[in-house]
Design a protein around this ligand. Structure first.
Ligand SMILES: [Zn+2]
Ligand SMILES: [Zn+2]
Length: 359
């Protein structure tokens, strides 16, 4: 039979407050997220607290050495934390201790320390990069976890002292006398951030905040077909939280640089192409470059209206979300017609002959 009083290191006659205090201290000490934590001890301490903090259960335990609620989740020995939620409530402000632990169990969280901010950064890429997709290092100013104290803001191994401002309660009760009577209000202790304990040694590098201003570089995969204004979310890449609280997210807003040749129009690309009338008449072919850096021959057939855009099917921009299929829009060529700069006597003659032929 387990001795819950011994586990918490308190007397059998301990008050509710003493039990709570002992629990807080030990939960701090054994928390599995700490480098020197101990999951088994932590579990044991929690088990003891669940029983001794509940008046009915404590009475049963004192009397019979066990409790009779029939579903003691700890009897199975598993670390399943399926216990009475109401007891979590009075853990109050030290619940940050449990943040990571309970996140996976769908439990309500109470935040003590501030989560890191989300960040949004604009990031420019070329049209070619947007066409084929690319992985880029995005560099941005942010708050990083302090390496000296691993983000805690203090050194847990140096121990803790009860906070004198709140008498180790983590909260401060204030009484107000008003015309209507006495009111008492409870607020979180700012000195110990609600933990009831002050670390014996704070981190000098981050002055206790657990994070420092810095710069970060993170690789971001950009899918083919992305467009200006689209945002890529990188969870957890925002600012580090204070004193080990969770980090914010990073939002990378893509901006396509203007291209010197191509204009993006929906899924289509538009390119201007200078052509010489004589070239067309003699060859019927025009070379045009594509976004993938190739050159293609356009066949201009007789009767083509050169004032209209010439459509090349499937040579436009990648459609976003088209995946491996990489569906593409079309390429539209706008002709800019040029006449020869000089017309020699010989050319003139030939052209006159031609003119007769076409009449
Ligand atoms: Zn305090
Ligand atoms: Zn630090």
């Amino acid at each position: 039979m387990k001795d819950y009083y011994k586990i918490l290191g308190v007397e059998k006659s301990a008050s509710e407050d003493e039990i709570k205090k002992a629990f807080r201290r030990l939960a701090h000490q054994y928390h599995p997220d700490r480098p020197d934590g101990n999951e088994d001890k932590f579990k044991e301490v929690n088990e003891a607290y669940q029983i001794l903090s509940n008046q009915d259960k404590r009475r049963q335990y004192d009397q019979f050495g066990q409790t009779f609620d029939g579903n003691n989740p700890f009897q199975g020995g598993g670390f399943d934390f399926n216990f009475d939620h109401s007891n979590l409530e009075d853990l109050g402000n030290i619940s940050d201790l449990f943040d990571n632990l309970f996140e996976g169990f769908g439990m309500r969280k109470r935040k003590t320390y501030q989560r890191g901010s989300d960040l949004e950064v604009g990031f420019q890429i070329t049209l070619e990069e947007a066409f084929r997709g690319v992985e880029k290092d995005v560099i941005y100013p942010t708050q990083l976890i302090c390496q000296d104290c691993s983000g805690a803001g203090h050194f847990p191994k140096e121990g803790f002292t009860d906070c004198s401002a709140c008498d180790a309660r983590g909260e401060i009760r204030e009484n107000r006398n008003t015309f209507f009577g006495n009111f008492s209000q409870v607020r979180r202790c700012e000195k110990c951030f609600g933990s009831g304990q002050l670390p014996n040694k704070s981190c000098g590098k981050c002055i206790g905040f657990g994070r420092i201003k810095s710069e970060r570089s993170i690789p971001v995969a950009i899918a083919p077909g992305i467009r200006s204004g689209q945002i890529i979310k990188v969870p957890g890449a925002g600012e580090a939280g204070e004193r080990g609280a969770s980090a914010g997210d990073l939002y990378v807003k893509i901006i396509l640089q203007p291209h010197q040749d191509f204009e993006l129009r929906g899924d289509d690309l538009v390119i201007k192409k200078e052509i010489n009338l004589l070239d067309i008449l003699s060859d019927n072919k025009v070379k045009v470059k594509t976004i993938e850096g190739k050159e293609i021959d356009l066949k201009i057939s007789v009767g083509t209206d050169l004032n209209e855009e010439f459509k090349v099917v499937g040579k436009g921009m990648t459609q976003l979300g088209s995946g491996l299929l990489k569906k593409r829009g079309d390429l539209f060529v706008k002709f800019v017609i040029k006449t020869p700069k000089k017309v020699s006597g010989k050319m003139k003659k030939v052209l006159e002959e031609l003119k007769k032929e076409t009449e």
